[in-house]
Design a protein around this ligand. Structure first.
Ligand SMILES: CC(C)(COP(=O)(O)OP(=O)(O)OC[C@H]1O[C@@H](n2cnc3c(N)ncnc32)[C@H](O)[C@@H]1OP(=O)(O)O)[C@@H](O)C(=O)NCCC(=O)NCCS
Length: 186
């Protein structure tokens, strides 16, 4: 009998299309209800759809993940999620690697995430960092977060490129100074 191909060979990644919006919202918001991640609204999902990669297994929607540009020197991995039946098969890793490759293509030096699954990110080369070591810009979306006053997510970050004037990553790193391009007046 012919062996079926390993799941990893049946996984394909592609940019999200409008037909994925409902699938993304169903997955992310179901996991949010279970307390595993933060919810997304339909409007931000549509507006940020071009940030998303979708994973399929045998052509079926298996998960999604987004890379949001925060500023010229930092991007955030958001809403990375795999349907429970496709977990621990490398699907999340494939999507995260694709988002990191996108950050590299864009020339973004640092990628960060707020997460409850620290070990998943550590295995991808991220480090745990102090929330206070991240630039204020990354907290913009936190203003709309139900956990704004009691954030229990772990901040993780990974350097894609070394920046000469950036402090090293780590729990004791200092706030990143503004650099390269002038920031708009607040
Ligand atoms: C986190 C999540 C995306 C991982 O997806 P996945 O497809 O199961 O992950 P992978 O199979 O690619 O795992 C890659 C590695 O991370 C590890 N890993 C995956 N999930 C983990 C978890 N919850 N805790 C610890 N390690 C985990 C795997 O064991 C694997 O390690 P290995 O390379 O040594 O074998 C998935 O569990 C999920 O959707 N969780 C709920 C949503 C969520 O928490 N998203 C993160 C928001 S920031």
């Amino acid at each position: 009998m012919e062996e079926s191909p390993a799941v990893v060979e049946r996984v394909t990644l592609r940019p999200a299309v409008v037909g994925d919006v409902e699938l993304i919202l169903d997955l992310v918001n179901e996991l949010a209800t279970a307390g595993e991640m933060l919810p997304r609204s339909p409007s931000t999902t549509v507006e940020r759809l071009r940030d998303f990669v979708v994973a399929e297994v045998d052509g079926e929607f298996a998960g999604c993940g987004a890379l949001a540009l925060v500023w010229t020197d930092i991007a955030e991995v958001r809403s990375i999620a795999v349907k429970p039946e496709y977990r621990k098969l490398g699907v999340g890793k494939r999507m995260a690697e694709s988002l990191l490759a996108e950050a590299k293509r864009l020339g973004v030096a640092r990628v960060m995430a707020f997460t409850y699954v620290t070990d998943f990110f550590l295995k991808l080369g991220f480090q745990v960092v102090d929330h206070a070591s991240l630039p204020h810009k990354v907290f913009h979306d936190c203003l709309n977060c139900p956990k704004f006053h009691k954030c229990d997510e772990v901040a993780v970050a990974k350097d894609i490129f070394a920046l000469p004037d950036a402090p090293p990553l780590g729990p004791l790193s200092l706030p990143m100074p503004g650099r390269h391009l002038p920031r708009p007046a607040q």
